[in-house]
Write a protein that binds this ligand. Sequence first.
Ligand code: BGC
Length: 762
Amino acid sequence: MKRSSFILLHTCLTVLFFSCFLCSAQRKTIDQKVDSVLRLMTLDEKIGQMNQYNGDWDATGPITKDGDKQNQVKKGMLGSMLNVTGVDHTRTLQELAMQSRLKIPLLFGQDIIHGYRTIFPIPLAEAASWDLDAIEQSSRIAAIEAAAAGIHWTFAPMVDIARDPRWGRVMEGAGEDTYLGSMIARARVKGFQGKGLGNTDAIMACAKHFAAYGAAVGGRDYNSVDMSLRQLHEIYLPPFKSAADAGAATFMNSFNDLNGIPATGNRYLQRDILKGQWKFKGFVVSDWGSVGEMIQHGYAKNNYEAAKLAANAGSDMDMESRSYIQNLAKLVKEGKVSTNVIDDAVRRILKKKFEMGLFDDPFRFCNEEREKAQWNNEINLKIEREIARKSIVLLKNDLVQGSRLLPLQLSRIKGQQSSEPAKIAFIGPLVKSIKDHLGFWSYDWPDDTARVSSLWDAFEHRLQSQAKMFYAKGCNIADTSRAGFAEAVDAASQSNIIIMYVGEARDMTGEAKSKSNLHLPGVQEELIKAVMATGKPVILLIGAGRPLIFNWAADNVSAILYTWWLGTRGAEAIADVLFGDYDPSGKLPISFPREEGQIPIYYNHYNTGRPATSDSDRFYRSSYLDLSIYPKYEFGYGLSYTTFQYSDLKLSKKRIKANEKIDVSLQLSNTGSYAGEEVVQLYLQDRFGSVVRPVKELKDFQKINLKPGESKIIHFTIDKEKLSFFNDQLRWVAEPGEFVLMIGSSSKDIRLKDEFELVSRE
Ligand code: BGC
C-alpha cells in the first residue's frame, strides 16, 4: 500500500473511531441522564409520564380550565398534552410543569398532518406528486412553523395503506401502494425531524396507526381488521418499518382490532415486531382513548384490565383514556404489571424529552420572535403553491375539433380575430369556496378568508380585464335543489368556455367520514349535464379528499383535472396549471373505482387461476356481470400537456445471482411541445413463487423533467431487495425464478417490457 493511501486510511479510521466514540459517549450520557431521573421518580410520577391529556382552555386565558389537570401538571402527573398551540399557551403550561417536584418538562403534541400555518395539499394529493423531495420539504416547513409555535411533536405521518376509498381517512395517507407509501413515509419523517431531534426546528414524527387501520372492514372507520399475517407483513407493515428506519421518534397504535386483538393491546405488533424485530427505541402513544376502548371491543373487562393489557403489550403512553393514571399504580402493587414494564415505557418517554433538549431548556420552543417570523412566511407559501401544482392530476384532455382545451389560451378561446375579450363562465358550488381548499385536518385561523383565495379570486386576479368572467353556483354541494341550473345554463350560453368546479366539501373526507356513496354529491353531475347541453366547451375541476365516482362526466367532458384539496395557495396553483405555467405531472396514488361495488380494487392483485384479459372473459378473474374488471382510472395514471416516449430498454444482465445487480436503462424523450415532468414507473412480476405473487408490483420510480425535444437516459438498479417477498414462514426471501420487468407511465400503460432470471438464493 502506498504511504499516501495508508495515511488516508489511517485518518479515516481515526475519524471513524472518534465519531463512533463520541456518538456512544453522547448516547450513554442521555441514557445515563434518563436513568438518573428515573431513580429519583416515585411510581406515581413514573405513571404520570405515561399519561397524556387534551388541552382545553379557560375562557379568560391560555390555561387549562380543568383545575384537576392543572394540579396534575404541578404534581408531575402528566407527561404530555395535545392540542396546545402557540408560544403563549405552551409556555403557561410548561411553567406549571416546572412547579412539579422533578421539573420534568411536558411534551406538546398536535396533529400537524399537512401543514400548520401554511397548509399544504392533503397527504393523498401530495402523494400524487410522486415527488419525494417536495414531500420532505412540505413536512420540513410544517415542522418549522409548528416548532416555532411551541409544538414538539406531530401525530404524523399516517402511513396506513388504504385500498378502500370509502374509508374517510384515505385522505391522510399515501394511497394504496406499499412501495410508494414506504418512500413517502421516510420522506415525511425526515422532513419533520429535519437534522435531528435537539434542533429547535425539528419536531418528533409519529408513524400511525399501528397497524392495519387502513384495512377496516368495508372501509368503515374504527372497524375490525382481519387479514393474514403474510398480507400484514407484505402490504401493511413496510411503510411503518420505513418510518422506523428513518428514525421516527414515536408510533401511535390504532383503534382497530387486528385478527381479534385490539392494536392497543397487541403484544405481537408492539413488543414482538416494533420493539423486538425492528429494535424501535422510541415510544408508542395510544390513539385517542383507545386504551379504554378495549372495554367496548370486548377485550378488557374494565379500565383496570385495559390498562394492564395495553401497558404489558407495549403501549407506553395513554392518550386521554385515563386508564393508566387511574389503574397502573394498583396494577404494579398487585403484580399485574411489572416495574420493568413501567420503567421501560418511562425511559423511552424521558429519552425523547432529553433528545429534544427540553431538560436543558423546557422553554426552548417558546420564542415569540420565531413564532412571529413564521406566521405569514411568503417563502413557505410560494413553496406550497409549487407543491400544490405538482399534486394536480390531469385525467383527460381530449382533442376537440383538432385541438385540446388545455392549457388555456385566451386568444384561442375568443377566436383569433375577435377584438372582444374572451368570455369565461365559472360554474359550480366550489368556485367561490375558500376554506375547502384547506381540506380536512387543517387548522382554522381567523384570517383564513383573507389569506386563502377562491378559484374565482385567483382568476380575477390573474385575468384582470383580459377576459369577461361569468359566475353561477348552479347548486350546493350536497343539496338536491336544481333551482340554480337555469342561471348556470345562462352563464354558460354567454361564454366561449366554461370552467366547472365541483366535488366534495372539505369535511366530507377525514376521520369518521367513511361513505358508502362516492358519487359526486347532490345534483352536481346533473348540473354538469345541463351545462354540457349548451354545447360549449367545458373544463371540469374536481376537488375532493378521496377518489370520487363521476362516470358520465369522465366519458363526456373533454378536459378533467383532479385537484383534491391543495392548501393555502390551492386556487392559484389550479390557475397556474390551467394556464400552462406548470404542465401537470401528478399520478394517481390510488385506483379510482367505477362503482362502489368494485371496492376494493387495486393494481397489485394476484392473478387467480382464471386471469381475465378483457371484460368479456366472464368465467375469469373475479369479474362482475355488471361491471368492468378495470377501475375507471388506474394506479399511477395521470396525463400531461406534453407527450413522452419510452425507448431503448436495456438490461445489463439477463441472469443474476442473488448477490448481483442488474442495471436497467431506458431513454425517455419529451416528444410534445411543453416542458414537463414524467413519473417513470418500474414494476416487477415474480412469475412463480412458493406463494402466489401479484400481477405486478411497483419497485421503483423516478420523476424526470424534460424540455420539449429533450431526451434522457434513465437508470434503475434491480437488486435482491427488489426481488424479495415474505414467504409463508414470514421470511423475507428472494426465490430463484423468472421475473418480468415492466416500465410504464401508469400501472396499466406499460411502455417497455423484458424478462430476467434470478438463478441463486444467495
Ligand atoms: C386520531 C389520531 C389523532 C388523535 C389526536 C384520533 O382520533 O385517530 O390520528 O392523532 O385523534 O387528535
